[in-house]
Design a protein around this ligand. Structure first.
Ligand code: RNT
Ligand code: ZN
Length: 412
């Protein structure tokens, strides 16, 4: 008997249908961030990365033009099983005929390069205004700036991004998630916490005055607790973004690097699902801080995945990755992180969650602990291999990555 068939029987004995799990996982889209490929640089400005986020490392072979980035994404996607979307930041605009436009004036046509790419791969596109790494970020502030010219510039940028998101959805036939995140905040104790938040609120109201088709574009709002140089106060705190989203029909986005170190996103998902039709996630891995390390098959990633699966919310949670490691092969980083997220989802799908819920309700926490622990060493690896095979991918991607490094990256 094949290893998969044996695993299938083992899981069947505990009431888990591996065929159903594989089938379900096939259809879960993961929105893969384009910015792992070039250390969050983009193509529209020569500014250094700002906004309190940081990439470290200088592994050779970084993509430095649209063609290289697209080729790297295509390579990575060919080695990632399952359904994917591509998540683009506004700073990745491609000015094809030299018709440069600043961020407040970007248009759908500046993203035709990515629309063609998405159509070629048969995938959907997600989008993000880029409110960092730009000379119009004034004193670390964008949508919350007290300077009207600055604030308006970023309002116009976000308005332009809604139009582009709508264009993506129309062109690909797949809804686009547009995530707003601003880096605004203060290094040290502010005298006025309300003012910047009131201006951010006003800016969002202005941005949302742009009519858009809500079945095509989902606008999400991402919170953050601190950034480098923004340690004492962030404008877009958890309370702000949750409240704004709830009151204005936006979707809240939780990045699991954006909370205090002992707070976990896995514990927050159920609450947000009770009060929101959709919930969005940036899956990342913070090591001691919001360091955006490559996602691993670790406990919190599994716990996040389990929460989505056991609450039957795979179609209500927009799952995206968000990490950037410049110290290792960037294509490998992409594949490893996305595969681990998918593996965590499979882990959740291979849990007999109805039985576990029942044990909890009967307060048989003894059995629950024993069974949960037993499940950790069940043969998930064999089911994962089967999933890879059915997607025409295999567990060894390192050989292909090394080959690409030798033949393509080394020549850059
Ligand atoms: C920053 C946020 C944000 C960015 C991307 C590039 O802390 O997580 O999502 O990582 O927009
Ligand atoms: Zn994020």
């Amino acid at each position: 008997m094949s290893r998969y068939n044996e695993a299938k029987e083992i899981y069947a004995k505990i009431g888990v249908d591996t065929e159903k799990a594989i089938e379900t996982l096939m259809n879960v889209p993961v929105s893969v961030h384009c910015w792992q490929g070039d250390d969050v640089v983009g193509f529209d400005s020569k500014e250094a990365l700002s906004g309190g986020i940081q990439t470290t490392g200088n592994y050779p072979g970084k993509a430095s033009c649209p063609e290289e980035l697209a080729a790297d994404i295509e390579k990575a996607f060919s080695l990632i099983p399952g359904k994917k979307k591509l998540n683009i930041h506004a700073c990745y605009a491609v000015f094809e005929n030299g018709d440069f436009a600043d961020r407040n004036e970007i248009q759908p046509k500046h993203f035709d390069f990515w629309v063609r790419f998405a159509k070629k791969l048969g995938i959907g596109l997600d989008f993000n205004p880029t409110c960092f790494s730009h000379p119009m970020v004034k004193d670390g502030l964008t949508l919350s700036s007290p300077d009207e010219t600055t604030r308006k510039f970023w309002v116009d940028h976000c308005k332009a991004c809604i139009k582009i998101s709508e264009y993506f959805a129309e062109q690909t036939g797949i809804p686009t998630v547009m995530n707003i995140w601003i880096p605004d905040g203060y290094k040290d104790i502010p005298a006025d916490r309300m003012g910047p938040r009131a201006r951010f609120k006003k800016s969002l109201d202005e941005i949302l005055s742009v009519p858009y088709d809500k079945s095509k574009v989902y606008i999400t709002l991402e919170s953050k607790v601190f950034g480098i140089g923004v340690e004492s106060y962030t404008v877009g705190s958890a309370e702000f973004t949750l409240s704004y989203s709830a009151n204005n029909g936006l979707t809240p986005l939780m990045d699991n690097g954006h909370y205090h170190p002992t707070e976990v996103v896995s514990d927050k998902i159920s609450s947000l699902l009770l009060f929101n039709e959709k919930v969005a996630l940036h899956v990342t891995r913070g090591v001691r801080w919001d360091s955006d390390h490559v996602v691993l098959f670790d406990d919190e990633t599994k716990e996040i995945a389990k929460e989505i699966v056991r609450n039957d919310a795979l179609d209500r949670v927009f799952i995206a990755t968000d990490y950037f490691d410049a110290s290792i092969n960037r294509i490998s980083a992409w594949i490893t992180g996305v595969r681990n997220l998918q593996k965590a989802l499979l882990f959740g799908l291979l849990e007999p969650s109805d039985e576990f819920k029942k044990l909890q309700d009967e307060n048989d926490m003894t059995s629950l602990m024993v069974k949960q622990e037993e499940l950790k060493t069940a043969p998930i690896g064999d089911v994962w291999e089967e999933f890879l095979m059915r997607n025409s991918t295999e567990s060894d991607y390192l050989t292909a990555v090394k080959e690409y490094e030798k033949t393509v990256l080394a020549n850059r």
